[in-house]
Structures are given as C-alpha cells and as structure tokens.
Design a protein around this ligand. Sequence first.
Ligand SMILES: *[C@@H]1O[C@H](CO)[C@@H](O)[C@H](O)[C@H]1NC(C)=O
Length: 250
Amino acid sequence: MAFSERNAILPHLLTLSLLAISVANQAIGIRIPDQISNPSTVPSDQPLKIAVFALGSFWRSEAIFGCVNGVVRTTAGYSGGSKSNPEYRSLGDHAESVQVQYDPRVISFRQLLEVFWSSHDSRQVFGQGPDVGNQYRSVIFTNGTEEARLAAVSKEKEQLRSRSSIVTTQIQQFVAFYPAEPEQQKFELKRRPFLLQLMGNLPEEELERSSLAAKLNGYAAELCPPKIQNQIGAKINEIVRKGWPVLIGV
Ligand SMILES: *[C@@H]1O[C@H](CO)[C@@H](O)[C@H](O)[C@H]1NC(C)=O
C-alpha cells in the first residue's frame, strides 16, 4: 500500500467530523486514531484499564463494546480455558471473548457490566441464539476482589429481574487472554469494504489498534445505540455526498 494512501486526508476529515459529533454529544467518544495523533491516545499518567468478557460470538462481542463511549480499543480472542495457544478451529475449553481497553475516567467497570448484561441473553445455556457450544458461554472475567464483588452484585441483580430461569453467566478470575487471528479482528467492519476505504485502508496492525475502527465495527454490525448509529450514518452520508476524491470509484 502506498504511503500517501495511508495518509489520505479523508480519514482525517472523517475522524475530525466524528470528533465533532463527540463534542456535540457526550454519548459518542471517538478518539483520534493512532495514525493521526501520538501513539498513546491518552496522557500516560491516566492509564487505560482492561476488562474481558465472553458473551457469545466474539465478532459480535467486539462490535458491541467497540461502540461504547470510553472504550478505546477492542480485541477478539480466547479466555477462560486451560489450552495454551488456542486457535479459532481448536480453541479447546476457552470461550470466545473480547478484551476491552477503556478509559476509567469515562466509563467504569460497573458500567461495562451493564453493557454486558444488556447485550446478550445470559440465561441461554452454553450459547447465544444459533451459536451453541461451550465456546459461546457467558463469562465475566475479574481482576481482583473489587471487580469480583461488582460482578457478583450485578449477577444477583440480573437474576432478580426474573426468577423463571437461571442466569448461567460464570464469574471467573482472569488468568490469560489470547488474541484471536487477524482475520477474526474487527470482523464486522471488514465485511464493509466501503467503511475500510473511508478509513484509508489501514494496515491490519493499525486497524486492530484503532479506536475509530472499533467504533465503526459496532456501526457496521448495527450494534451501536440507535442515536449513535444514526449520527455516524448521517456523518458518513454527508462525507459521501460531498464526494471527496478518495471516494471516486468506490
Ligand atoms: C489487574 O489489576 C492490577 C492492579 O489493579 C493491574 O496492575 C493489572 O494490570 C491488571 N491486569 C489486567 C490483565 O488487567
């Protein structure tokens, strides 16, 4: 890929436009992707935190969390099992999981738990919809006693919403997260070549680290909250309507 292509002006404009949405509406928090700004998107004295959840197919899980305000980066992968070096076709006893890097000044672990509960059916036994099997089980991975407590409290609350079935979600001490293969990352976004092109066809490593890609991955799957979904759609339409050069021939 040509260097100039990677630095096409359009992704900058898209980012800046989405940032404008962000300022106008606190619900959206798109950050400047790494290729534009300093590699670190937040000051180093404000470290990001990491959370890992399993809630069915990691394609969908990554898309759900990617659109959440305060989530800076997402990675699809494997966690919760004992097999070392799991792979997509042989993940052993691991669950398909999403690793979420988040800014604790914007969103808390407790709020991430709310997203977790509201984004899947925690009462389905070992599966989500048509995806059936141990790899699709529901798990909250916790790091330390405070997260374990918050997870337990949230699970009790969820169970109290209805007693007619059992919440199957497991709460496990986090041990290890194995990132999945590149082709499993930002899967929903990759089904929309047009969106990839809009971002300037980032190389794989940049795509995986990009906050904008995480957000557009949620948009591509139509898993952003409706308001955000509409705002991003409107912004993209506006960019397309203006017919900026990089779009010719799309
Ligand atoms: C777990 O928490 C500790 C202390 O809060 C932190 O240093 C460590 O990076 C965390 N590990 C993960 C995987 O988030």
